[in-house]
Design a protein around this ligand. Structure first.
Ligand code: G3H
Ligand code: 13P
Ligand code: ZN
Length: 324
């Protein structure tokens, strides 16, 4: 059954990004796979009056079932209506790897999709993004594409090294594809191990020179930062204290994210930080109360900690709080 995202209560990213660009903040794009993560994201963004992009990866869609996901998203909007005045919510496909997947998401109520052709040769990346735009735009769905490759794992696409975005390509790329936003590679990467540094060493700065050159060439165009978790060392320490083993997990320093959020970066993607906070909370309950076997007793505390983390990020890093 084909469903339009407006019927579910979502918005596309157009007005969100226009406002973020004008006012100098970034819209949070948080991934979810289950009810507790969704509740935490929606509660945190509602309470901090922040717009939010709910991100669903291909893997999340397979995990949670596409039909159930759609109704969970709709349920989240209804939940906000009961709490008061809802903040804008976009439902976004993260790292779509084919036209068919993007089409399926658009047909099932997503208001925004990413087509990630960053690993393809330039002309193929353009052709694929253009094809998605041609299907999405008549339905008012916004499209994100990517130029440059992040180091690490991009869903099923693995890249050992960064290929930084070439600013000389961006103008041609956005003109020929018609995409609404562009993810670029400036030194971030996915996951909890973003930089190889010895204890006490600081991580190398992001390539703000590339970001500045990109924005000079496509002024006012919304830029997206993937791999932007800050990997809070308190969560890492809590995981390790309660039996986990995360050695040398390092993220993007918050001051660099603050700087990015004030620039042309309109969307900041965070998944790993949520995973870490959730794991830390669950491990603590398991170790401190080993007799506990009611999932509400460990997923509940995880949800509480997630809400606090998302609110803190909106307020103190992305600057997206109190915008609606
Ligand atoms: O960038 C990738 C996101 O963190 C989604 O990860 O494919 O494991 O759901 P996933
Ligand atoms: P992190 O792994 O840094 O959270 O990045 C998430 C992301 O980019 C999702 O697309
Ligand atoms: Zn990503």
């Amino acid at each position: 059954m084909t469903v339009s995202y407006t019927e579910l209560g979502f918005v596309n990213t157009k007005a969100m990004f226009e406002k973020a660009m004008k006012e100098g903040y970034a819209v949070p794009a948080y991934n979810f796979n289950n009810m507790e993560q969704l509740q935490a994201i929606i509660t945190a963004c509602f309470e901090s009056r922040s717009p939010v992009i709910l991100q669903v990866s291909k893997g999340a869609r397979q995990y949670a079932n596409a039909t159930l996901l759609r109704w969970m998203g709709r349920g989240a909007i209804e939940m906000m209506k009961e709490m008061g005045n809802p903040v804008p919510v976009a439902l976004h496909l993260d790292h779509g790897d084919s036209f068919e997947l993007c089409k399926d998401c658009i047909d099932s109520g997503f208001s925004s999709v990413m087509i990630d052709g960053s690993h393809l040769p330039y002309e193929e990346n353009i052709a694929l993004a253009k094809k998605v735009v041609e299907y999405a735009h008549p339905r008012n769905v916004t499209v994100e594409a990517e130029l440059g490759v992040l180091a690490g794992i991009e869903d099923e696409v693995s890249a050992d090294h960064h290929t930084y975005t070439d600013p000389a390509q961006v103008e041609d790329f956005v003109k020929r594809t018609g995409v609404d936003s562009l993810a670029i590679s400036i030194g971030t990467s996915h996951g909890a191990y973003k930089f190889k540094v010895k204890p006490g060493e600081s991580v190398p700065p992001l390539r703000f020179d590339i970001l500045e050159e990109v924005s000079r060439r496509i002024p006012g165009f919304p830029i997206v930062l993937h791999g932007a978790s800050s990997v809070d060392q308190r969560a890492v320490a809590q995981i390790n204290k309660y039996g986990g083993k995360l050695d040398n997990a390092v993220g993007v320093p918050e001051d660099q994210l603050r700087k990015a959020a004030k620039s042309a970066v309109c969307k900041i993607n965070v998944d790993s930080d949520g995973r870490l906070v959730m794991t830390a909370a669950v491990r603590k309950v398991f170790v401190e109360t080993p007799a506990e076997f009611d999932p509400r007793k460990y997923l509940g505390p995880a949800r509480t900690d997630l809400i606090a983390m998302y609110k803190e990020k909106n307020e103190n890093v992305l600057g997206s709080s109190n915008r609606y």
